[in-house]
Design a protein around this ligand. Structure first.
Ligand code: ZN
Length: 139
């Protein structure tokens, strides 16, 4: 069974032309996340200044969902302060994992709710977000 989400325009658009793809000159922190089941691997580099994400880039290989999710995630969090980044991570995780997600409007990110029908793909969609969480200060 092929997840139809793979063929949705927004996935293909980001997969073919990922945003914020590359290497940062001087990242504050970086993290790697792997999803061996699918063969996805994401390296995320984050620059944190004045308590917000001033720059962010990722590199990696993987399925369309993992790359598209990473691309959209970097677009959403660039320029965002760390508190809002943390709450966005939580809302996105709820969107994918909770039976009843919160009411927050996540815009384009809500389209990833389609992967719920394909539980094996949930990790693909979450991968970059887990890497982002690894990059946040834990205090
Ligand atoms: Zn994948």
């Amino acid at each position: 069974m092929t997840p139809e989400i793979l063929y949705q325009d927004f996935i293909l658009r980001h997969f073919k032309n990922p945003q914020n793809y590359g290497i940062l000159e001087s990242p504050t922190i970086e993290a790697v996340q792997e999803n061996p089941v699918c063969g996805d691997e994401i390296t995320l580099q984050v620059k944190i200044e004045n308590n917000l994400i001033s720059d962010i880039k990722f590199q990696g290989k993987g399925c369309a969902i993992s790359i598209a999710s990473a691309s959209m995630m970097t677009e959403q969090v660039k320029g965002l302060d760390l508190k809002n980044v943390q709450s966005l991570i939580e809302s996105f995780r709820e969107l994918l994992l909770a039976k009843k997600p919160d009411d927050r409007n996540l815009g384009d990110l809500e389209r990833f709710a389609a992967v719920k029908k394909f539980p094996i793909r949930i990790k693909c969609a979450l991968l970059a977000w887990l890497a982002l969480e690894d990059c946040l200060p834990t205090d």
